[in-house]
Design a protein around this ligand. Structure first.
Ligand code: PDD
Length: 289
């Protein structure tokens, strides 16, 4: 059976899953998206992702073409039709197809597309040894809290990371403060074993994994401080890690080639990863070895 994707009410062979050239997502990046992991066919933190989707749509004044219950139904149906047990679901809603003109079109229905792929989890070695990140100037706009499909600065930074053999690019402003990664949030652990991470304001995309991990950290007695940290602070931190739907909690052991702490994944990071695995297990029954 081939891969099936969803386009505006229809389940199609993936190769036929196309939208019109005048879709405003295609012409203007006028849309939003979500990436949700599923294990044992169960969506992880589905409610939190749908809440963020609602916030992103509202910020851009896009009206979802379907009710939330239908969205939940289509996600499950797509996972079932693809016969996938574990994987990642991509969902995108754009302002729809209209003659190219910058102001919002009238009476145009938004477009909804979805696709599923296999799990994109980090390799065992990336967890046991940690990953390297490079740093890049943060070239993005002022509403990074919206999960917009407009990702040019993110892909340019990620491409540089890729060419440098690094897992991720951390984005730094003119004052030397780090906002987040090109496709992930990040945090450091200081000498007092406190967790420091950028506040979920308009300067970063408030990650669902970030939210869950911060709750887990607080519950396990780790002090969480939500403030931005500088590149200098990160390079001299005891531990560092990144979080995202497709990375879970991933130890960062090199920043621009400089070892973080002793250059190995730290105990706080590994504890948070193990507690995050428990969180996944509690919701989906997925076991980690
Ligand atoms: N990226 N920050 C940015 C800029 C992101 O693109 C992402 C996610 C995150 C982490 O968010 P979450 O924990 O909700 O996945 C933070 C997704 C996975 C992507 O674009 O593929």
């Amino acid at each position: 059976m081939g891969k099936i994707s969803y386009v505006n009410g229809r389940y199609l062979n993936h190769r036929d899953a196309t939208v019109h050239i005048e879709d405003r997502g295609y012409q203007f990046s006028d849309g939003v998206y979500e990436v949700i992991a599923f294990y044992n066919r169960r969506l992880l933190d589905e409610d939190l992702h749908l809440q963020r989707l609602t916030r992103s749509l509202a910020a851009l004044h896009i009206i979802s073409p379907v009710h939330e219950n239908s969205l939940r139904f289509v996600m499950r149906e797509l996972i079932a039709r693809n016969n996938r047990v574990d994987g990642t679901l991509y969902m995108q809603i754009t302002r729809g197809v209209a003659k190219r003109d910058h102001p919002f079109p009238h009476a145009t229905e938004a477009s909804l597309v979805m696709a599923v792929t296999g799990p994109k989890m980090p390799k065992a070695k990336e967890i046991t040894e940690g990953v390297g990140v490079i740093t890049e100037p943060d070239l993005r706009w002022a509403r990074r809290d919206i999960k917009s499909i407009s990702l040019l600065p993110n892909i340019l930074a990620k491409q540089k990371a890729s060419l440098a053999g690094a897992r991720e690019a951390w984005l730094v402003d003119e004052a030397g403060m780090i906002s987040e990664g090109a496709v992930s949030n990040n945090a450091i652990i200081n000498a007092k074993n406190e967790l420091i991470t950028h506040a979920a304001d308009e300067h970063i995309l408030g990650g669902i994994t970030r939210d869950v991990v911060l709750n887990i950290a607080r519950k396990s007695g780790i002090k969480v401080i939500e403030r931005s940290f500088s590149l200098k602070e990160a390079k001299t931190a005891r531990e560092a890690f990144l979080t995202s739907t497709t990375s879970n909690v991933l130890p960062v052991t090199r920043i621009d080639g400089v070892a973080v702490g002793n250059g190995k994944p730290g105990p706080v990071t590994l504890k948070l990863l193990s507690l995050y695995h428990e969180h996944i297990y509690a919701q989906t029954g997925k076991q980690w070895n």
